[in-house]
Design a protein around this ligand. Structure first.
Ligand code: USQ
Length: 389
């Protein structure tokens, strides 16, 4: 299969490229290095030392003998994305080239606008490029479980049956996103559904939970690490808690810590994306996958990290709740469905504690690099402030 990965330099893009190329698929990739640049702007860096992209490709060639056609550019530039798709004629395109941080989108109007334009326009460009050059290609689009928010009812996998005033329909589940970033994914989903209705574009819209982890099978085999962010803007809950434990600063569940989200490991995320690629939607089908393994509250995760760290390292870890910088429910009902990937054969690779133990071990060898990021760990991006900048 010819797979084009938009956002190939990212946390998920790189390991997905490794998986697809190892399986014998032809992989091409696009990246603007937006994440590298924006992470630097908040004085942060990937904890795992990642080389420049040309160097990544060189090492990939040395380790596996494989090559990737790489295009540097921005998916929100229509000409650029049209040229790439016209040239590569991919059978599947994985769209990971969006601004992915909720706190970044809440830094102020400039970043909110940047996020809206980058994300929504890039998906629109992709829809038009596919319609023009490869109308039967499969768009595998990364959305987020955060599109649904935290309603006080069960969350279905995209659609549900509604009965209202005596009539029934099968409709998209209402969305209640929690940041400008999360709303861009809702808008993307609406645009993808519309493209499918009008042009029969084949689409998998993945509602992915929070991803954690340092490793995948192919990272183990090649040693070609992916990035790993832990600062308050670009890092996510479990990865941050592990880093905090390693350098002996308190773990920071926000507020009451009852915020509950779906989580999955990096290895499992790549497995799910690969399953979606290997089992594409039917011609003219738009489908939604809820992609997470299990849901946990952030306090549960903090306690689990503390326990595993104290067991493995024989040192104390402390949990200290901090005032919540976000506007979100801190105690709520949460019961999302996730059956479709399991039906395709998805099974989790490791138990949460086991994966956490591996993350902690990996991070302890980068302890100095985490120490250098101490100043950017504590939250300072407040949803209520989000200034005109
Ligand atoms: N949280 C803490 N302490 C921390 C960091 C986060 O309690 O130190 C809490 C947040 O308040 C939130 C939850 O953990 O309630 C998740 O926050 P997060 O920063 O781990 O993840 P989030 O902002 O939701 O976004 C991440 C990715 C995004 C992806 C999303 C999936 O950055 O790209 O779409 O996870 S989901 O959360 O399911 O929407």
């Amino acid at each position: 299969m010819r797979v084009l990965i938009l956002g190939i330099d990212g946390y998920i893009g790189w390991p997905l490229a490794l998986r697809e190329i190892t399986k014998g698929n032809t992989v091409a990739g696009v990246d603007s290095f937006f994440t590298r640049k924006r992470v630097k702007e908040v004085n942060s860096d990937s904890v795992t030392p990642i080389p420049s992209f040309p160097e990544r490709l060189k090492r990939l060639k040395e380790k596996t003998g494989k090559t990737i056609n790489f295009y540097r550019g921005d998916a929100s530039d229509p000409k650029f994305i049209f040229d790439v798709i016209k040239k590569e004629k991919p059978e599947a395109i994985v769209h990971l080239a969006e601004q992915r941080s909720a706190p970044y989108s809440m830094l102020g109007l400039k970043q909110a606008t940047d996020t809206m334009v980058k994300n929504i326009v890039s998906t629109l460009n992709l829809i038009y490029a596919v319609k023009e050059y490869v109308p039967d290609a499969h768009i595998l689009k990364l959305g987020t479980m955060g599109e649904y928010g935290t309603p006080n009812v069960d969350i279905p996998e995209g659609f549900f049956e509604v009965e209202y005033n005596g009539r029934k329909d099968f409709l998209p589940f209402p969305k209640q996103a929690g940041s400008w970033y999360h709303w861009t994914k809702v808008h993307d989903s609406n645009n993808l559904m519309f493209a499918n209705r009008v042009w029969k574009t084949r689409i998998t819209d993945v509602m992915q939970g929070v991803v954690y982890g340092t490793r995948t099978k192919e990272i183990d085999e090649t040693g070609l690490f992916t990035r790993f962010d832990i600062d308050e803007v670009w890092g996510t809950a479990l990865n941050r808690f592990c880093s905090q434990a390693v350098i002996g600063v308190p773990l920071t569940p926000y507020g009451k810590g009852g915020q509950t989200r779906g989580f999955l490991s990096l290895e499992d995320s790549i497995t799910c994306l690969d399953l979606a690629l290997s089992n594409p939607p039917d011609h003219g089908e738009y489908r939604v996958f809820n992609q997470f393994d299990e849901h946990y509250s952030v306090m549960q995760l903090a306690r689990m990290v503390k326990e595993v760290y104290e067991r493995d390292f024989h040192e104390k870890a402390e949990i200290r709740s901090v005032p919540n910088p976000r506007v979100e429910a801190e105690e709520h009902y949460y019961n999302p469905a996730h059956v479709k990937l399991a039906e395709l054969g998805y099974r989790r690779s490791r138990e949460l504690q086991e994966e956490t133990s591996i993350i902690l071990k990996d991070l302890s060898s980068f302890k100095d690099r985490i120490e250098n990021l101490k100043g950017v760990i504590y939250p300072r991006t407040f949803w209520k402030e989000s200034p005109l900048n």
